[in-house]
Design a protein around this ligand. Structure first.
Ligand code: NAD
Length: 165
């Protein structure tokens, strides 16, 4: 089994990679990450030379490079963590959020479709559903709750979810 993880140098992605390597030592893991300010490449340094791990410094909005990696690696499963993820930054500079989170997801999705990937796993966020009142702990969201994003970050993630759907 070969799993391609985008955003694998990020906070959650690097922990996911370490978890998968220990739970499924026979899997090959391919990490694709553009190494933005948010990345933690050091978190992958202990596995960087493993025979069943490969790292590609690629921006998911770069269609040509993304398709090259898919052509070379032919992954079975894709897990799309790559995103601009800081809500406050999205209010100051929404453009990069729309590009990475929406258009970038579209590129990875298209490559997955064309290369007949068996499973595409999109990492979303609860923020697509908006906020719940703090004094009503009995309330919760479900996957059929209405989308009510309240920042460019959550709007870009909700848009990506709709594209994946
Ligand atoms: N951290 C949270 O609390 C939280 C909660 C809910 C959902 N999420 C979602 O989980 C995912 C991972 O979050 P995180 O906290 O690990 O984020 P993070 O910001 O720590 O990591 C994001 C990673 O994506 C990479 N990246 C950014 N733009 C890229 C691009 N254009 N091409 C390739 N790589 C790019 C960055 O270099 C970084 O390594 C995101 O999709 C986020 O929306 C996070």
């Amino acid at each position: 089994m070969k799993i391609l993880v985008t955003g694998g140098a990020g906070f959650i992605g690097c922990n996911f990679i370490h978890y998968m390597k220990s739970a499924h030592p026979s899997y090959e893991i391919i990490c694709m990450d553009s190494l933005t300010y948010a990345s933690r490449i050091d978190a992958l340094s202990d596995i960087m030379n493993d025979y069943n791990f490969r790292f590609y410094k690629v921006d998911i909005t770069d269609r040509v490079s993304v398709f090259e990696v898919f052509e070379k690696e032919k992954p079975d499963i894709v897990v799309n963590f790559a995103a601009e993820s800081h809500v406050d930054r999205s209010i100051d500079d929404p453009d990069i959020f729309l590009r990475t989170n929406f258009l970038g997801t579209g590129v990875v999705l298209d490559a997955s479709f064309k290369h007949r990937v068996k499973r595409f796993h999109q990492i979303s966020t609860d923020e697509v559903y908006g906020d719940l009142p703090l004094d009503m702990p009995e309330l919760s969201f479900t996957e059929s709750s209405a989308l009510r994003p309240s920042s460019p970050y959550s709007a870009s993630k909700a848009s990506a979810d709709l594209l994946v759907l």
